[in-house]
Design a protein around this ligand. Structure first.
Ligand code: PAJ
Length: 293
């Protein structure tokens, strides 16, 4: 695997690959890699003849009181994992390569970026959209792979690709979980052993939502209440939000009908903020049934 630090060399490498008619797939990450990230790479490896990954801990998407300084950095291990997973090129620039002195341009996907994660983390999605647009420009992939774990993020990036006529297809991949159902996240390393045990409450809450849906519940408030009830039983958990939203607009819905929706959770376990979701896609041609990833 080649490791590239500069934009100019990355662009040159991509230009050569495109001249050779390679199909490029791209997986942007912030490092501290786990099976969730690797699942995206494996998917790209199936679809594409060139797989590009990036590791860039993007300061623009962290608020002043967030965890940028303590975010886990495991570069050497990440490189080993990416090599084993068959990545061709890793783009790992320094912050001043992406945001040089005098940088002034930001992308904001209005309407989708202000609620939920955007409300709890002001400016977060502006930082995400900006860096992902820059990375797309540099890597010029035909396909880019994102996890459904960050459901609002991938929806915003899809909208950005539509609005700015980007030549990239955004592929949404399933959430990878631990044995007890906890969604893999680089931030899980912040949890001590008691918090780690408590964190499984997110999955239990989503399991309860799934049970309610299978029992025929279609009222969003009832679903939200059932989720909240499970979360409230865990003393180490403090809910930031629980919402049932339309999967396209990310606006709250009052009932679950024919359109796909998400049950979205953000929960503090101690000081660590975790997110998770249940994608509820009513099966084609039927009114009520629920399938989920
Ligand atoms: P990061 O948190 O490193 O995640 C990189 C990609 O891995 C994202 O698409 C995320 O949704 C996916 N991912 C994380 N945990 C996952 C899991 N358990 N299962 C499946 N996929 C998972 O998301 C970011 O970085 C940044 O915001 C980024 C897009 C790189 C822009 O800086």
């Amino acid at each position: 695997m080649e490791i590239i630090r500069t934009i100019s060399w990355m662009k040159e490498t991509v230009r050569q690959a495109r001249a050779e008619n390679h199909v490029g797939g791209f997986i942007p990450t912030m490092g501290a890699l786990h099976e969730g990230h690797l699942s995206l790479i494996r998917r790209a490896r199936v679809d594409c003849s060139r797989v590009y990954a990036s590791i860039f801990l993007n300061p623009a998407q962290f608020g002043p009181n967030e965890d940028l300084s303590k975010y886990p950095r495991t570069f050497e291990r990440d490189v080993e994992q990416l090599t084993d997973a068959g990545v061709d090129v890793l783009f790992a620039p320094e912050a001043n390569e992406i945001y040089p002195q005098g940088f002034h341009t930001y992308v904001n996907v209005e309407g989708l970026s202000e609620r939920l994660e955007g409300r709890s983390r002001p400016g977060h999605f502006r930082g995400v959209s900006t860096v992902v647009l820059k990375l797309f420009e540099i890597v010029q992939p035909q396909f880019a792979y994102f996890g459904r774990k960050d459901a609002q993020q991938v929806r915003i990036l899809q909208q950005m690709a539509i609005d700015l006529n980007l030549n990239v297809e955004i592929v949404v991949c399933p959430i990878v979980r631990e044995g007890d159902g906890l969604a893999l996240s680089s931030r899980n390393t912040y949890l001590n052993s008691e918090e780690r045990r408590a964190a499984s409450v997110l999955q239990h809450a989503l399991d309860e939502a799934r049970r309610e849906l299978n029992a025929g519940t279609r009222d969003a408030l009832q679903l939200q209440t059932a989720i909240g009830k499970v979360l409230s039983k865990e003393t180490l958990a403090r809910v930031d939000y629980v919402e049932i939203v339309d999967a396209e607009s990310f606006q709250p819905v009052s009932s679950i009908g024919a359109r796909p929706v998400y049950a979205l959770l953000a929960v503090f376990i101690g000081k660590t903020r975790l997110i998770d979701n249940l994608f509820i896609a009513p099966a084609a041609g039927q009114n009520v049934p629920v399938s989920s990833l």
